[in-house]
Design a binder for this molecule. Structure first.
Ligand code: UDP
Ligand code: MG
Length: 334
């Protein structure tokens, strides 16, 4: 008998097209589990009919449906954080609203969790993806795993089950710049991964543009350690070495065959290349300084505009119960 509460955390941003279908599918699946469940929807400042839909769902099933609605779009990371904070379950599954994460897999996750795993991670295969995206992803993960300390796996996203202690550990990491993939990996505990076939998005469209992906990739690189800075130091040393070698060579040539002035191209290339390298390095330092800037400001990750109303949640810690009452909940809890 499964006598614990399972929470489903669902970030939603403009998902009115699929939400009703998603809810029906998910409640079907979860009802088949022998245990209690709740669904925590997080409306990430949607500008379509998502919020009214959520109000309807919560009103129709107040015991099992909860929602948090942000004052504006704060991004999926913030939405997941809010969902985890509001989830009362002994195990929490994070899932996208667009049905790209097959709801039937929750059974498998719960089964594995019962076997004692704290994190059950669903890893999507890249079938059906564009070749370019698959290839860039592969290259990216190969590169990034050399650079960061935590292990990041291609195809592994936010679709996973977390045990209560894992959720608490993730919530204990108060950083402003959140790169969840890495945070989950950093937390550790007994983890298992299984693969599933990637489903094509049914309605609406992905909010990921190439630019966003690129920025996300850079975030992953910089969020976890200062190895890029160390790499910059080595590159600098290497360049100094090359400059010395080149100088020695020029002196040698001058001694052997006299002074030979032409060198306009060499000079120009060296100056522009070095200026470029310096620019990149300054940018790199800027990235870290920027992160410090955001951390010291201690702004909340999101602002809550509305919730399902501060109802009792049973096992939830006291401070999450009255979530609707505290606009500044992230600040308060820090
Ligand atoms: N999402 C969100 N806030 C955002 C962007 C996306 O809460 O600013 C949600 C979105 O509603 C969906 C999930 O995050 O449930 C994944 O988004 P999407 O499907 O656009 O990403 P992809 O599946 O392409 O990685
Ligand atoms: Mg999607």
């Amino acid at each position: 008998m499964w006598d614990v509460l399972l929470s489903l955390v669902v970030p939603c941003f403009n998902e009115e097209d699929v939400l009703t279908r998603f809810h029906a599918r998910v409640t079907d699946e979860l009802s088949a589990l022998d245990g209690e469940f709740e669904i925590v929807y997080v409306d990430d400042g949607s500008r379509d009919g998502t919020l009214p839909l959520l109000r309807g769902l919560a009103a129709a099933d107040p015991d099992r449906v909860r929602f948090v609605s942000f004052s504006r779009n704060f991004g999926k990371e913030a939405a997941m954080l809010a969902g985890l904070r509001h989830a009362a379950g002994d195990a929490v599954v994070i899932m996208d609203a667009d049905l790209q994460h097959p709801p039937e897999l929750v059974h498998r996750m719960v089964a594995l969790h019962r076997e004692g795993y704290d994190q059950v991670v669903a890893r999507r295969t890249r079938e059906g993806d564009r070749v370019t995206r698959t290839l860039t992803a592969r290259l990216y993960y190969r590169a990034i795993n050399r650079l960061v300390d935590v292990e990041l796996v291609d195809g592994v996203g936010d679709f996973r089950l977390l045990s209560r202690r894992t959720v608490d550990a993730v919530l204990g990491l108060g950083e402003y710049n959140r790169f969840s993939k890495g945070l989950f990996s950093w937390v550790g505990f007994r983890t298992t991964t299984f693969s599933y076939e990637n489903a094509v998005r049914e309605e609406g469209r992905s909010k990921w543009t190439f630019g966003k992906l690129l920025n996300y990739g850079l975030d992953g690189l910089i969020s976890f350690n200062d190895k890029p800075l160390r790499a910059a130091v080595y590159l600098g040393l290497l360049l100094v070495g090359v400059a010395f070698a080149y100088a020695a060579w020029i002196v040698a040539v001058a001694l052997a065959s006299g002074v030979d002035t032409p060198g306009y191209v060499t000079l120009l290339v060296a100056v522009t290349a070095l200026a470029g390298v310096q620019m990149v390095m300054v940018g790199l330092i800027g990235e870290y300084v920027g992160r410090i800037y955001y951390e010291v400001k201690r702004r909340p990750h999101y602002l809550v505009a509305e919730t399902h109303a501060g109802r009792e949640t049973g096992t939830a810690p006291a401070d999450t119960r009255a979530a609707g009452a505290s606009l500044w909940e992230t600040v308060v809890r820090k």
